[in-house]
Design a protein around this ligand. Structure first.
Ligand code: KIV
Length: 261
């Protein structure tokens, strides 16, 4: 049965932890769906991980739609969340509503993710039936304002993030990503909120954890400290490419098994 935003809330109430992964393409989405990952995020991290941008800022709505469509086509059970890219919602609530609608209507997403305390927009989207995953702490679209990819919410800044998380829950968000903050702060937010918290670099006490798929697979060149690689696909891909090139040079590929007559 397909996962819904209500399931995630029920899982939190039942104390059941869950995993979320990013996905950017059809075959990966199919594999992750088969692996019973309940939530796939088509993150604007597609910019750094797939498109070769230096950060998330250049990612456009058209690029997001392209990748959200591919992931949606690969999924049978998982909840697909489409990320709202930089400047798709910051200028006005109306523009945010229109662009969030596009991710569902044209992309096939089931929900959207929005960075920062966009309370009016979250409220309006929930009112019209578009579920919203919130995102606080390190919000990469604000990398220039923050001055780099730094841990947020240390010392007195903790209460600001706690307030934002509570306000976003009140505005109707169905879950919230907590990125790069002290584990103690994430634990307090998790205790305080009824909606599930999804941590990335936020310690072990969140209701769920998310990783970027390229970090999980060991493809990323310089992964962040909080990312754990569960495979080494960079080395494996290089090994396979070298083996292919060697067999072509030697004339041992294609052999009988891979030829037609
Ligand atoms: O864009 C993204 O992949 C994200 C996750 C890291 C939460 O926002």
């Amino acid at each position: 049965m397909s996962v819904t935003v209500h399931d995630l809330r029920a899982w939190k109430a039942a104390g059941r932890r869950f995993a979320m992964l990013t996905a950017y393409d059809f075959p990966t989405a199919r594999i992750l769906d088969r692996a019973e990952i309940p939530v796939l995020l088509v993150g604007d991290s597609v910019g750094r991980n797939v498109l070769g941008y230096a950060n998330e800022l250049p990612v456009t709505m058209e690029e997001m739609l392209h990748h959200v469509r591919a992931v949606s086509r690969g999924v049978t059970n998982a909840l697909v969340v489409g990320d709202m890219p930089f400047m798709s919602f910051q200028a006005s609530t109306e523009e945010g509503v229109r662009n969030a609608g596009r991710l569902l209507k044209e992309g096939g997403a089931h929900a959207v993710k929005i960075e920062g305390p966009q309370l009016d927009l979250v409220h309006r989207l929930v009112e019209i039936g578009i579920p919203v995953m919130a995102h606080v702490g390190l919000t990469p679209q604000s990398v220039n304002g923050i001055g780099g990819y730094r841990v947020q919410g240390r010392g007195e800044a903790a209460s600001l993030i706690l307030d934002q998380a509570q306000a976003l829950e009140k505005a109707g968000a169905f879950s919230i990503v907590l990125e790069a903050m002290p584990a103690e702060l994430a634990a307090e937010i998790t205790r305080t909120l009824q909606i599930p918290t999804i941590g990335i670099g936020a310690g072990p006490h969140c209701d769920a954890q998310v990783l970027v798929i390229h970090d999980l697979l060991g493809i990323t060149d310089r992964p962040p400290k909080f990312a754990k690689a569960y495979a080494d696909l960079r080395a494996e891909t290089e090994r396979a490419a070298r083996a292919f090139a060697r067999e072509v040079a030697e004339g041992t590929f294609p052999d009988e098994e891979h030829s037609y007559h």
